[in-house]
Design a binder for this molecule. Structure first.
Ligand SMILES: CC(C)(COP(=O)(O)OP(=O)(O)OC[C@H]1O[C@@H](n2cnc3c(N)ncnc32)[C@H](O)[C@@H]1OP(=O)(O)O)[C@@H](O)C(=O)NCCC(=O)NCCS
Length: 146
């Protein structure tokens, strides 16, 4: 698996990954392109033999990194793609002297909650009715050792 910065020409493939998960709040190609314009935004994509396996987007907001989205192809689920992408995020955090990673996840997103808990994220709060004015957001944080 190769993980590298996403390029403009990758965005249709990354938007297609989002579309594999109906109900997940997708950015779409336009939203992903808007991220490319932000200096503090990083999108990394994972590939195998030229096929997109997943991507992650985060913002470097020193001293924090905000994890906005991580999406994995249905065909590649449970093969460690999201864990590898978050491992790369950790490398960026260290390089940029960021000591904390923050994220929000839907209270009903069991796979994501299990993923983050397994990678050392702790629940730091809750925002009721955050998604579509119904589901709560669980706020999670992880400290990055220098
Ligand atoms: C959540 C998501 C990113 C996980 O991606 P993934 O590449 O399958 O995750 P990994 O293979 O790195 O899994 C690492 C660990 O997370 C946990 N995990 C992941 N998916 C899980 C599931 N469906 N059920 C229970 N635990 C799960 C497990 O502990 C897993 O380790 P294991 O496979 O050795 O048991 C993926 O399901 C996805 O793309 N979902 C749709 C988009 C989304 O909801 N993103 C999260 C936004 S907050």
């Amino acid at each position: 698996m190769l993980i590298r910065r996403a390029r403009k020409e990758d965005l249709p493939a990354l938007a297609a990954l989002e579309a594999e998960h109906p109900g997940y709040p997708a950015w779409g190609e336009k939203g992903l392109a808007a991220e490319e314009e932000k200096k503090f935004s990083v999108t990394l994509a994972a590939w195998s033999d030229g096929v997109a396996l997943g991507f992650i987007n985060f913002w470097i907001l020193k001293p924090q990194v905000q994890l906005n989205s991580v999406v994995v192809s249905v065909k590649a689920l449970r093969t460690g793609v999201a864990s590898a992408l978050i491992g790369k995020l950790d490398e960026y955090a260290k390089k940029n002297a960021c000591s904390e990673v923050d994220l929000e996840v839907n209270e009903h997103n069991a796979p994501a909650l299990a993923l983050y808990a397994g990678l050392g994220f702790k629940v730091a709060g809750r925002r009721p009715k955050f998604y579509n004015n119904t589901d709560a957001a669980v706020l999670m944080k992880k400290t990055i050792a220098a």
